[in-house]
Design a protein around this ligand. Structure first.
Ligand SMILES: NC(=O)c1ccc[n+]([C@@H]2O[C@H](COP(=O)([O-])OP(=O)(O)OC[C@H]3O[C@@H](n4cnc5c(N)ncnc54)[C@H](OP(=O)(O)O)[C@@H]3O)[C@@H](O)[C@H]2O)c1
Length: 331
């Protein structure tokens, strides 16, 4: 097989904190081992990819490493009987892009246990637009509904609303009949959020400490991308039996809370880790392709060429991005 292109992170040079990232030509033998060789059609940029490439939070510890925590493509070769050449697959998590070479290359080699057949009803492009972010949004909805959330219960608030997970969560929730409130720091994106289905949009500043253990109850559900004061505010303002899902920490890893929302209102807080076992992935992806299917993936997707990865990552870190960066690996 001919050589192919990869965007690879190399150990930081002396005095630098960020890895040295560059496009390189590789052979398949350079890739982390695995039974399934995938010709990558699409990858994406998740916040974690941008943090890893910038050397923030020591996400990557062994170099060189190809980033990219999600990818979609077709099987080019497999030594595992579950996959045959040409099969369309989706891979995210399981350490790809972190401690195993990931999706920011034209080929990836992964363990067969990590490769999920493309869910029926989705194209490779749609599945990559969703990617780890769409799966996270779907997982939030799955666990909230499992814990009693239904449209008739009331409004659902989504923080980090213009981000990858937030955008898809709004789209999924609104499509399923929920009244969605978007919490955003981007006053310029109100039209975007309304088109996705947000019925109400609040500036992120409303989510400030009040010094009280409980504030007026507003939400039946809450999807939190940012942590810190925002998560604390959500817990104080959930309705009785309301349910919050938490998966991010850009606004802070710590949050100030009391037990009162839990013991007086029966509020539930569910931690979301998208690196879930395959059985749960398959179950939730099947819902994402059908009952949870977002209606505005074309609006959420910002398609970029492979060589545009560095610039797009910088925009993500500067909080200047919106929706999902979809990386076209072919051509
Ligand atoms: N636990 C898991 O398994 C899991 C899975 C997926 C993602 N995550 C995490 O979830 C978070 C969101 O991921 P993503 O892919 O949606 O990222 P993203 O596309 O970069 O979006 C994050 C959004 O959060 C808001 N935001 C950014 N910086 C902020 C800050 N300092 N304070 C408050 N809000 C801020 C912005 O929205 P507005 O400008 O609209 O406010 C931004 O668009 C990331 O921290 C990511 O690492 C975790």
């Amino acid at each position: 097989m001919s050589r192919f292109l990869a965007y690879r992170l190399h150990a930081p040079t002396a005095g630098a904190s960020a890895p040295a990232a560059r496009f390189v030509e590789l052979d398949v033998d350079h890739l982390s081992p695995g039974e399934v060789l995938v010709r990558v059609a699409w990858s994406s940029l998740n916040y974690k990819d941008a943090l890893a490439a910038a050397g923030i939070n020591a996400i990557v510890r062994q170099y060189p490493r190809i980033g990219g925590i999600d990818l979609t493509g077709t099987v080019a070769a497999s030594s595992d009987a579950r996959f045959r050449e040409g099969d369309p697959v989706v891979v995210h998590g399981f350490g790809i892009g972190v401690d195993h070479d990931g999706g920011h290359a034209q080929y990836a080699r992964v363990k067969a246990d990590w490769a999920m057949p493309l869910p029926a009803g989705l194209s490779l492009r749609e599945a990559a637009t969703l990617g780890a972010a769409g799966y996270t949004a779907g997982l939030c909805l799955h666990w909230m509904e499992h814990n009693g959330l239904a449209p008739a219960r009331g409004k659902v608030v989504v923080s980090g609303a213009t981000g990858g997970v937030g955008s898809i969560a709004i789209d999924m929730l609104a499509g399923r009949g929920y009244a969605v409130t978007a919490l955003t720091g981007k006053a310029a994106e109100l039209d975007y959020l309304r088109t996705l289905g947000a019925a109400e949009i609040l500036p992120a500043e409303v989510a400030k400490a009040t010094g009280k253990p409980l504030d007026p109850a507003q939400w039946a559900g809450a999807v939190d991308a940012v942590g810190g004061e925002v998560l604390a505010w959500m817990l104080r303002t959930l309705q009785p039996d309301g349910v919050a899902t938490a998966f991010g920490n850009a606004a802070g890893a710590q949050f100030d809370a009391t037990v009162l929302p839990f013991i007086l209102r029966g509020v539930k807080l569910i931690g979301i880790n998208a690196n879930s076992p395959m059985a749960l992935r398959s179950e939730v992806w099947a819902k994402i392709a059908d009952a949870y299917r977002p209606r505005h993936l074309d609006l959420v997707a910002n398609e970029i060429a492979f060589q545009d990865i560095p610039e797009a990552m910088a925009r993500m870190l500067a909080r200047q991005s919106r929706g999902r960066y979809l990386v076209r690996m072919e051509g």
